[in-house]
Design a protein around this ligand. Structure first.
Ligand code: 5GP
Ligand code: ZN
Length: 118
């Protein structure tokens, strides 16, 4: 069972924010912004590419509820999903990062020199 499946099943403890029968939101263990929340489906889907559109539609509604609950819906937030190896996906269970609570720059998440790609 993957680490996020363990969190979803309750086998592993986490700091939960909101859940329903299909999705769970919890605080990232290593926050990269004042608000850093992860949203996952409770069933194992590896990544965005493998996600059925109807699940994505439900997840969108759930993510908006989380943003409203945590109070970043008005101030704005960044939504990220790392899809696969080149994106740096570390946990192979679909998750969206909700980042906010401050003005985020692009450099905020940059760990390589962009000139290397030109
Ligand atoms: P990825 O790089 O796959 O998009 O992001 C994985 C995220 O999961 C990272 O931000 C990392 O800090 C977070 N993470 C990894 N293991 C755990 C855990 O056991 N609990 C929580 N709450 N977050 C985790
Ligand atoms: Zn899983």
């Amino acid at each position: 069972m993957c680490i996020f499946c363990k969190i979803a099943s309750g086998e592993m403890n986490t700091n939960k924010i909101l859940e329903d029968e299909s999705f769970l939101a919890f605080h990232d263990v290593n926050p990269k912004a004042p608000v850093h929340i992860l949203v996952i489906p409770k069933t194992h889907i590896e990544k965005f590419d493998d996600t059925p559109p109807e699940v994505m539609a439900q997840m969108t509604t759930f993510i908006k509820k989380v943003a409203n609950l945590i109070g970043v819906d008005k101030s704005g937030y960044r939504l990220i999903t790392n899809n696969g190896e080149d994106a740096g996906q570390e946990v192979a269970h679909l998750h969206f990062h909700i980042l906010g609570g401050t003005k985020l720059s692009w450099q905020h998440l940059q760990d390589t020199n962009s000139k290397e790609f030109i």
